[in-house]
Design a protein around this ligand. Structure first.
Ligand SMILES: Cc1ncc(COP(=O)(O)O)c(C=O)c1O
Length: 417
C-alpha cells in the first residue's frame, strides 16, 4: 500500500504485468545466469553491417520526413511493401486494411481496446502467450480457455466452451490463436484445423485474431510453406484479424509490426492508436522498409531457420541426456520454444528459486494458462542462448529437477512423452 493507491483508477489499479517480463527482471544483472526465459532472438544474428549502411544512407539523404512525425497508419511505402509481401503468403489485402504498430503487442492492446467491453469473453488457447493475456485482462475481458491437441486447438472443446458461454448470457468477442509454432508450446496447427476454424468463425460470428510472429521461422522438417499458411489467406468473409511482426526475424528494437483486418476495424484501431503514440517510430519503419526492399530479410530468414533448428536440436538432445526420464516434450518444428511437461504433482513455480540459485532461469507454465492449471509445465526458449550455454543450462536445470524429485515423495511418478 502506498499513499498513491487512492489515486489509481479501477483499471489502473488492476493492471496485470507479464510473467515473462518479471522473469527478465529476476535475470537482470546476473551474467552467470543462463536464461531460457524471454523469447528473445539470438543477438548474434543481428545484421549490424546492413543496418549501419541503411542508417548511414537514411541520414546522409537527410530527408526531413525521416526524423519527422509520420501518419498514424504508418509509413506509406512500408505499408505497400507489406501488402505485396502478404500477397506472397496468400493474403490479398489493400493498404486500407493494414495498420503499422509499435510491435504486435501494441496491435493486441489496441484491438482489445476497440473490441472488448468489461466482462466480454475472449477465448484463448490453453496455454497461450502471456503478453496477450495481459492485454486482454487489462481491458477487463473474461478470459476463457480452450484445450489444445497435438495439431492445435481442440475444436470439440471450442464448441462446448462457446455454447456454455452463450448459454450463460455472455458475449464472446473473439478467439485468439497463434497457429504457427505457438508461444509457449511451439505447436503447429494443422491445415485441416485452420480451415475448420475459419468455417467456425463464419458460422458462429466470432472474430479470429491470428497472431503470427514465428511463421517464417520453420525448420527443415516443415516441408512446405503451405503448412504455415495463415488462416487469413483463406478468409473471404472478413472473419480474421492478422498480426505479424519483424521482432523475431529482423530485430525487436525496431518495434515494427502490422495488423491486417477489415477496413472498418482498422479505422477504429487507427483512432485508438492516435491517442496512444500518434505514430510508431518513423526512423524504425524506414529502416525496416529498406531491410525488406534491399533483400536483407530474404537472405536473413533462411539463415535464422538453420540457427534455431540447430539450437532446438541441442536443447532437445541435452534434455534427453539429462532429464529424459523426468520430463516430456515434443520438439517444435519452428519458432523459439520448447515446452516441457513434468510429472503430475510437480509445481515448476516452486523450482524457480532453486533454479536461479543454481544459475538457470525459465518461465513456469502456469501463467500461460487462464484456467489455473499447468503447474507441472514450463517453457524453455532456446533462441537467444548459445549452444554451449544451452547444454550447460539444461544440465543445471536437470540437476534442480532431480534434487526436487528426490526430496519429494519417493515414488514421484515418471512423465510420459
Ligand atoms: C505470440 C506473440 N505475439 C506477440 C508478441 C509481441 O511481439 P512484438 O515484439 O512484435 O511486440 C510476441 C513476443 O514474444 C509473441 O510471442
Amino acid at each position: 500500500m502506498t499513499v498513491y493507491d487512492a489515486l489509481f483508477s479501477r483499471s489502473g489499479a488492476q493492471l496485470a504485468g507479464s510473467a515473462i517480463r518479471q522473469m527478465g527482471i529476476l535475470a537482470a544483472g546476473r551474467p552467470d545466469l543462463i536464461s531460457f526465459a524471454p523469447g528473445y532472438p539470438d543477438p548474434e544474428t543481428f545484421a549490424w553491417g546492413a543496418y549501419r549502411d541503411i542508417a548511414d544512407d537514411l541520414f546522409r539523404a537527410a530527408d526531413r520526413d525521416t526524423l519527422q512525425y509520420g501518419p498514424t497508419r504508418g509509413y506509406a511505402p512500408l505499408i505497400e511493401t507489406v501488402v505485396s509481401r502478404l500477397r506472397d503468403r496468400g493474403i490479398a489485402c489493400s493498404a486500407a486494411e493494414v495498420l503499422l504498430t509499435t510491435g504486435s503487442q501494441q496491435g493486441l492492446d489496441l484491438l482489445t481496446r476497440v473490441l472488448v467491453d468489461p466482462g466480454d469473453v475472449v477465448l484463448v488457447e490453453l496455454p497461450t502467450f502471456t503478453g496477450a493475456i495481459a492485454a486482454f485482462r487489462n481491458a477487463q475481458a473474461a478470459l476463457v480457455g480452450v484445450r489444445q491437441e497435438a495439431d492445435g486447438i481442440d475444436l470439440a472443446h471450442l464448441d462446448e466452451v462457446l455454447h456454455a458461454q452463450r448459454a450463460a448470457g455472455r458475449r464472446v468477442k473473439f478467439l485468439y490463436v497463434v497457429p504457427n509454432f505457438q508461444n509457449p508450446t511451439g505447436l503447429l496447427m494443422s491445415i485441416a484445423k485452420r480451415h475448420a476454424l475459419l468455417a467456425w468463425s463464419a458460422r458462429e460470428q466470432v472474430l479470429l485474431v491470428e497472431d503470427d510472429p514465428y511463421g517464417d521461422l520453420y525448420f527443415e522438417d516443415v516441408t512446405s510453406a503451405a503448412e504455415t499458411r495463415p488462416i487469413k489467406a483463406d478468409d473471404q468473409d472478413g472473419c480474421v484479424v492478422y498480426l505479424q511482426s519483424t521482432s523475431k526475424t529482423l530485430a525487436p528494437s525496431f518495434r515494427t509490426a502490422w495488423v491486417v483486418g477489415p477496413a472498418p476495424v482498422l479505422a477504429r484501431l487507427d483512432v485508438a492508436k492516435q491517442s496512444t503514440d500518434l505514430c510508431s517510430s518513423t526512423l524504425d519503419q524506414r529502416i525496416v522498409q529498406e531491410a525488406l526492399t534491399r533483400g536483407l530479410f530474404d537472405t536473413q530468414v533462411p539463415q535464422l531457420r538453420q540457427v534455431y533448428a540447430r539450437k532446438r536440436e541441442v536443447m532437445s538432445a541435452a534434455l534427453q541426456a539429462h532429464a529424459g526420464d523426468l520430463v516430456g516434450w515434443t520438439p517444435p518444428r519452428g519458432g523459439f520454444f520448447l515446452w516441457v511437461t513434468g510429472p503430475d504433482g510437480l509445481d515448476t513455480r516452486r523450482l524457480l528459486t532453486p533454479a536461479i540459485e543454481h544459475g538457470v532461469i525459465y518461465v513456469p507454465g502456469a501463467p500461460f494458462f487462464v484456467d489455473g492449471t499447468g503447474a507441472a509445465t514450463l517453457r524453455l526458449a532456446f533462441s537467444a542462448t548459445s549452444e554451449a550455454r544451452i547444454e550447460e543450462g539444461i544440465g543445471r536445470l536437470a540437476g534442480v529437477m532431480r534434487r526436487a524429485a528426490a526430496a519429494s515423495a519417493p515414488s514421484l511418478p515418471q512423465a510420459t512423452r
